[in-house]
Design a protein around this ligand. Structure first.
Ligand code: P6P
Length: 336
C-alpha cells in the first residue's frame, strides 16, 4: 500500500470535514519541531545534551538541558507561521505570546516539551505531549492566561511524540487516534496505524508502587485486590509495568491495553497540590487521545476532560486506559 504522509492524512481528513488548513499547518509545524527534538535526544552524550541545565522551572524541578532545548525548538518553530496566538509550556510560568513581528492565529498551543526527562540520562523513552485549543472569541489584543483555562473537552487536537527505538507521532483531531512512524530516510511521518483502539479489558497496570503507603484508602483497596490476583475479588492475576515516562506508559496502553494511574497521595497533599500530573498539557491531551481510542480517562471521580481548570499548571489525579479497568477503579472510589 502506498505510504500516507502526515500531510496527506491531514488533507484527506479536511476533505472528510475534520480540521482545517490552519490547524493542519499547526500540527505539521509541531511534528517538524518534534523531528528536531528527536535528533537532539538521539545524539545523547555525543550532542552534549545530557545532564542538568543548571536552571529550575515553575514546577520547582531542576531542568535537564534537553527540557530547555526542546522548549526552545517548539517556541521557535511556532513563532512565525500565523497559525496560533500563544504557547504555554510546563517549562514556563506564563504563556508566551507570538512575537509582535508576526501575525497571531486562532489557536493556542500547550505542551510538555520533554516529558519523562528524568529518564533521558538512562536512555529510556521520553516524549513531547501537546494540546491545541481554539482562542476564545472576543479576546483582547494581548494574550491572557485565562484564555487557556478551558476544559479538555474544548481541545481540537492533541498528540504526543515518543522518542523510543523509533520516533512515533500519535495524533487525534477528534476523529479517532492515529499513529505515524518517522521515516528517517525521507524525514517524514508516515501513517502506520489508523484508528488505534485500546482493548476494553486488561490484566496489566502501571503505577509507582513505592507510593503505596501514601495512597488514599480506595486506591489501597483497588491495587490491593489487583495484587491478590485470582484468589481475590478480581478473579485473575495482573501484571505490572512502570516506566516513569507517561508517554511510554500511555503508548504501551494504546498499543496493547492497560491501566495507568498516578493517584493522589499524602505526600502530594502535604505539598498543597491536587495531583502529580499536570492537567492542561499532560492529563488532558492524553485523555483526548485515549478516549478517541475507545479508552477512558478519569480523576477517579470525574472525567478528566470535564475538569474546569483554575490555573495553568494545576495538577490532577490520573486513571486512564482500558475502559473496564478505569471503571473498576472509579467504583472503588465511589464506594469510599
Ligand atoms: P515518578 C515524569 O516526570 C512524569 O511527569 C510522568 O511522565 C511519569 O508518569 C511520572 O512523572 C513519574 O513519576 O514519581 O514515578 O517519578
Amino acid at each position: 500500500m502506498k505510504p500516507i504522509s502526515l500531510t496527506q492524512f491531514l488533507i484527506e481528513e479536511r476533505r472528510a470535514g475534520y480540521g482545517n488548513a490552519e490547524l493542519g499547518q499547526l500540527i505539521e509545524v509541531v511534528a517538524r519541531a518534534c523531528k528536531r527534538i528527536s535528533v537532539a535526544t538521539g545524539k545523547g552524550a555525543l550532542g552534549g545534551v545530557l545532564g542538568e541545565a543548571g536552571t529550575g522551572n515553575i514546577q520547582g524541578e531542576a531542568q535537564k538541558k534537553l527540557d530547555v532545548i526542546s522548549n526552545e525548538i517548539l517556541l521557535e518553530a511556532n513563532a512565525w507561521g500565523g497559525h496560533l496566538a500563544a504557547c504555554a509550556s510546563e517549562e514556563m510560568e506564563h504563556p508566551q505570546p507570538i512575537p509582535d513581528a508576526y501575525p497571531k492565529g486562532g489557536y493556542l498551543l500547550l505542551f510538555d516539551p520533554l516529558d519523562g526527562s528524568s529518564n533521558i540520562d538512562v536512555n529510556i523513552s521520553v516524549g513531547t505531549i501537546f494540546s491545541v485549543l481554539k482562542r476564545p472569541e472576543g479576546h483582547a489584543d494581548g494574550v491572557d492566561t485565562t484564555e487557556f483555562l478551558q476544559p479538555g473537552i474544548e481541545q481540537v487536537a492533541a498528540g504526543y511524540v515518543v522518542y523510543g527505538s523509533c520516533t512515533l507521532l500519535v495524533l487525534t483531531i477528534g476523529h479517532g487516534t492515529h499513529v505515524f512512524t518517522l521515516d528517517r530516510e525521507v524525514g517524514s511521518f508516515v501513517l502506520t496505524r489508523r484508528d488505534a483502539m485500546i482493548p476494553e479489558e486488561t490484566s496489566e497496570f502501571a503505577v509507582n508502587m513505592s507510593n503505596q503507603r501514601f495512597w488514599e484508602a480506595p486506591m489501597q483497596r483497588y491495587v490491593g485486590d489487583l495484587l491478590i490476583g485470582k484468589e481475590g475479588p478480581r478473579g485473575r492475576d495482573f501484571n505490572m509495568r512502570w516506566v516513569a515516562s507517561m508517554v511510554a506508559d500511555v503508548h504501551r496502553i494504546l498499543t496493547r491495553g492497560g491501566f495507568f494511574s498516578y493517584p493522589m497521595d499524602s505526600k502530594i497533599k502535604a505539598k498543597g497540590q491536587d495531583g502529580k500530573l499536570r492537567l492542561m498539557y499532560e492529563a488532558n491531551p492524553m485523555a483526548f487521545i485515549v478516549e478517541q481510542a475507545g479508552g477512558a480517562a478519569s480523576t477517579g471521580h470525574q472525567r478528566i476532560m470535564e475538569v474546569s481548570p483554575a490555573e495553568l499548571h494545576q495538577r490532577v489525579p490520573v486513571f486512564l486506559g482500558s475502559r473496564t479497568e478505569v471503571e473498576a477503579a472509579e467504583r472503588y472510589h465511589a464506594e469510599a
